[in-house]
Design a protein around this ligand. Structure first.
Ligand SMILES: CC(C)(COP(=O)(O)OP(=O)(O)OC[C@H]1O[C@@H](n2cnc3c(N)ncnc32)[C@H](O)[C@@H]1OP(=O)(O)O)[C@@H](O)C(=O)NCCC(=O)NCCS
Length: 178
């Protein structure tokens, strides 16, 4: 199994909408509403242009299977957040998310030379929380009622990983710090 990342480009627009609207993805997002083509069209174009965000397509054995991204990229504080989703429910639980998370952490603390990586996850999303914990993320903040739902709002939790708590920071990045 190989999972790798390539930059998201304009021609990915409609595949990304299809993934984002699938039940297993929507149900784990802050908004679980089906996103219209017009809303997605505007969001996608803005996302590609925004210097505070970076998007990659996840590839599994050479096939596009999902999206990962950085947002709130702040070069001054050297902090950002990230998210991952695998568009095909049948491909979850196979280690792809873990491979992607390792690649994102390596990029953020290595090539970008940042200090802290954060993410926010619904408390019901035990799989995602487990993956983040495995890489050393710790829960920092409970976000009560963060995700509106038809039958009541769901809580979320913020998790963070500081560079000094990451066991696989590339040696070059460590040398760069001192
Ligand atoms: C969250 C997500 C990115 C994780 O990626 P993944 O490829 O499914 O995860 P992995 O296979 O790498 O790892 C899953 C881990 O959770 C564990 N796990 C699997 N099913 C589980 C369950 N029902 N309960 C608890 N843990 C579970 C696995 O054992 C594995 O841990 P391990 O490596 O220690 O064995 C993916 O499931 C996904 O895209 N989900 C839908 C969208 C989403 O929730 N995105 C995250 C919010 S931004």
């Amino acid at each position: 199994m190989t999972a790798d990342l390539r930059p998201m480009i304009a021609s990915d627009k409609w595949q990304v909408l299809e993934w984002r609207n699938r039940d297993h993805v929507r149900s784990n997002m802050y908004s679980d509403r089906v996103i219209s083509r017009d809303t997605h069209d505007a969001w996608f174009d803005a996302a590609l242009k925004d210097p505070a965000r970076l998007y990659w397509i996840i590839r599994y054995d050479g096939t596009d299977v999902g999206v990962t991204n950085l947002d709130d990229i702040d070069p001054v504080s050297k902090t950002c957040d990230f998210a991952i989703y695998i568009g095909n429910d049948g491909l979850t639980g196979k280690g792809i998310g873990s491979a992607v998370e390792r690649a994102v952490i390596t990029h953020v603390f290595g090539a970008m030379n940042f200090e802290r990586l954060g993410c926010e996850v619904l408390c019901i999303n035990v799989i995602a929380i487990n993956v983040h914990r495995k890489f050393g993320f710790v829960e920092t903040t409970l976000l009560p009622g963060r995700a509106p739902r038809a039958d009541g709002a769901l809580d979320a939790v913020r998790l963070e990983l500081n560079r000094e708590n990451c066991s696989f920071v590339p040696p070059t990045a460590r040398a760069f710090r001192s």
